[in-house]
Write a protein that binds this ligand. Structure first.
Ligand code: RUQ
Ligand code: CUA
Length: 662
């Protein structure tokens, strides 16, 4: 026991030394002469690829161009975003609703693009909220988050969201085991083995609408699922999950979850699970979780709660889950484009094990087992192993593929990417990363048909690579050309938040269906104002609804009087523009709830409860025309109980208003 602990600590100390002490020797020659020409995208020209990069603790997804590394957009997903009004407008607030209430900030690790036939299809990007377990779907027609579904029975939604080859399912495996929601959760933590369980959620995705629904969950013993990937080709119908902490520790995991030489990659036959579900083998369990959907016809989100989920128990249903031993505390779990090889990456292992799907099938048929883990058969390591990549580097994390039979594995501790061949497991090339790489991405690199050409490293530490910015330095990505035999570093570019996984796809695939405007005729927002003549202000008790329009370069109405302290004022602003890229903004002094940014043809609402008597200027916050500064107005707020009549207008001067009173 003591030796094991010391051994484990030894590995960490070694790791820390390597992290802190060692600069790759090739630093000065890291970038060679033709790098600039390979990444230069002349002004006015488009990039070749889109790169969707998770922001980690920022909770958002950022969109870059490759090979330039230019940042195009940050798509708000799990965190409020003042730049887009996400989480501030009344319409977007329900998207961040959950069984724990409104959650303004979460942690996004893994973008995964939808696939058809195992190929990236450019429709949607999915994402995981790691802290309060949820899965999001982003529509690439609008670059907006259009759905967020919460996951019951889960804690730390890390092994997520990975998809099946026809996007039948988005899968989410829980990182932290917890007592099931419907059980007594008020139990001593040391009853982990007895009371804690881990769950995998199979979220179905509607082919047309994309709507997500939890079809079923699989209940497993209390372990930590870390990452996963679906089988493809011959292994389609299976899903593979890396799991660590098979020791079932609940304190000082650093040591206590690093005891066993091998943890597992769990193989799940999801077609079998579907059969069990159809045969009525699942239990209906009461839970409560939010399903939040954005509707682009009303430009509004709704949040509804679902109250049950179907649960299949892994230990009770044979032929559904198998454990493949995997050295040691595996992190990444990646399936090659042919679907034959499954790469496990033990963070503490000095080799990379590669499993063979056909050998796994044979081992299952031969019942070539090595005991069981809580009712699930353990397959013999040697029987399922294709082979081990020997001496690849230190601290393997993730692997992507180029479609030419090569794999690229990131090594956190030795700060490098190693290219190796799937067939004979020979190491072909290695390049340093600056520093401590986590994930990496090849465009389409986890699909059946990678696009290859580039590999991007997403690093945890940048140290001396960029101008210092106080105690926290920028996070970064590095772009490598992988079109030749040798990988070549061609660009560093900073990222928003901490990048984890990323996806990339050819620009034409994403550009083809872009929404440029929302047609005003199709606007079904209940408070839409489709023409300036319909602009008005309506009082309903304490509620004041402002039906406002914006068009270059004025609001209608832009003078409002008769609002009183304590009123609930709703500015429903419809942007009447029907041109691409002409948003208008809306801000009013003192509004504690931020601002709006309204796209052409869209309606967006800011709620404001004025707390003081005063004259409140409002204005457009997006520089929309030469007379943008003129796009402004006033709201007069009178005391509560005042009888100043409700008045509103635009373009009326004092002489015209003379016959009216105050
Ligand atoms: S993780 S650095 Cu949260 Cu995907 Cu591996
Ligand atoms: Cu509208 Cu500035």
């Amino acid at each position: 026991m003591k030796n094991l602990v010391l051994g484990t600590i030894g590995i960490f100390v070694l790791g820390l030394m390597l992290m802190a002490g060692c600069k790759p020797k090739t630093l000065s020659s890291a970038v060679s002469g033709d790098a600039a020409s390979k990444t230069y995208v002349p002004p006015g020209q488009y990039d070749e690829f889109y790169n969707f990069v998770s922001g980690g603790f920022s909770g958002q997804l950022s969109v870059y161009g490759l090979p330039s590394g230019r940042l195009f957009r940050v798509i708000p997903v799990f965190s409020v975003d003042p730049e887009k009004g996400w989480g501030y407008s009344e319409e977007t607030k329900p998207m961040l609703n959950s069984s724990h209430g409104f959650i303004p900030w979460d942690d996004y690790h893994h973008p995964e693009m939808s696939q058809t036939n195992g190929e990236v299809d450019g429709r949607w990007v999915f994402g995981n909220a790691n802290n309060t377990p949820r899965v999001a779907r982003i529509d690439l027609k609008t670059f907006r988050t259009v759905e967020i579904i919460e996951l019951p029975n889960s804690g730390g939604n890390h092994s997520s969201p990975f998809i099946t080859p026809n996007t039948e399912y988005v899968i989410a495996g829980t990182r932290f085991s917890v007592p099931p929601d419907n059980s007594n959760t008020d139990v001593p933590i040391h009853t982990y083995k007895e009371n804690f369980r881990s769950y995998i959620s199979f979220i179905s995705v509607d082919k047309e609408t994309g709507h997500m629904d939890i079809k079923f969950q699989i209940e497993c013993p209390g372990v930590n699922f870390d990452l996963s990937h679906a089988g493809k080709g011959p292994s389609d119908g299976w899903f593979f999950f890396s799991c660590y902490n098979t020791e079932q520790a609940y304190t000082l995991l650093e040591v206590n979850a690093s005891q066993r030489d091998k943890d597992f990659v769990m193989a799940v036959n999801w077609k079998k699970a579907e059969e069990y579900l159809a045969a009525g083998k699942a239990k209906k369990v009461p839970v409560r979780y939010a399903v939040n959907r954005w509707d682009e016809s009303t430009h509004s989100a709704t949040s509804e709660f679902k109250t049950e989920v179907m649960v299949l128990k892994a230990s009770e249903l044979p032929d559904m889950c198998y454990m493949m031993p995997c050295p040691k505390s595996p992190h990444g779990c990646d399936v090659d484009p042919t679907g034959e090889y499954i790469v496990g990456s033990g963070k503490l292992a000095a080799l990379v094990p590669v499993f063979s799907f056909s050998k796994m099938q044979k081992a299952i048929a031969d019942k070539d087992f090595d005991g069981e883990y809580d009712g699930m058969p353990i397959l013999k390591y040697e029987s399922v192993l294709h082979g081990e990549v020997q001496k690849p580097g230190l601290g393997p994390l993730h692997t992507e593929f180029d479609g030419n039979g090569n794999a690229y594995t990131s090594f956190f501790v030795s700060s490098e990417v190693v290219k190796w061949r799937l067939s004979d497991l020979e190491v072909l090339d290695r390049v340093p990363t600056y520093y401590s790489i986590g994930h990496l991405c090849v465009p389409g690199g986890d699909s059946r048909k990678p696009f290859g050409k580039y590999m991007i490293a997403y690093n945890k530490i940048t140290k001396d690579r960029y101008l210092p910015t106080g105690p926290e330095l920028c996070q970064s990505a590095q772009l490598y050309d992988i079109s030749g035999d040798k990988m070549q570093l061609i660009l560093d570019f900073p990222t928003i938040g901490e990048p984890h996984y990323a996806q990339a796809a050819p620009a034409e695939l994403i550009m083809k269906d872009q929404v440029k405007i929302f047609r005003i005729e199709d606007n079904n927002h209940p408070y839409a104002t489709k023409g300036e003549k319909d602009a008005r202000v309506v009082r309903d008790g304490k509620q004041v609804h402002v039906y406002m329009t914006s068009i270059r370069s004025h609001f209608a109405p832009d003078n409002i009087e008769g609002v009183r302290v304590g009123d609930e004022v709703y500015f429903h602003v419809t942007n009447l523009e029907q041109d691409w890229d002409v948003p208008h903004g809306f801000a009013i002094k003192g509004a504690p709830n931020g601002e709006l940014l309204i796209m052409p043809g869209e309606t967006c609402t800011l709620k404001w409860v004025p707390a003081k008597v005063g004259m409140y200027p409002m204005y457009c916050t997006d520089f929309c025309s030469a007379l943008h500064q003129e796009m402004s107005g006033y709201v007069r707020v009178s005391p509560a109980g005042s009888n100043v009549p409700l008045k509103f207008h635009v373009g009326e001067l004092a002489e015209e208003a003379a016959d009216e009173n105050m």
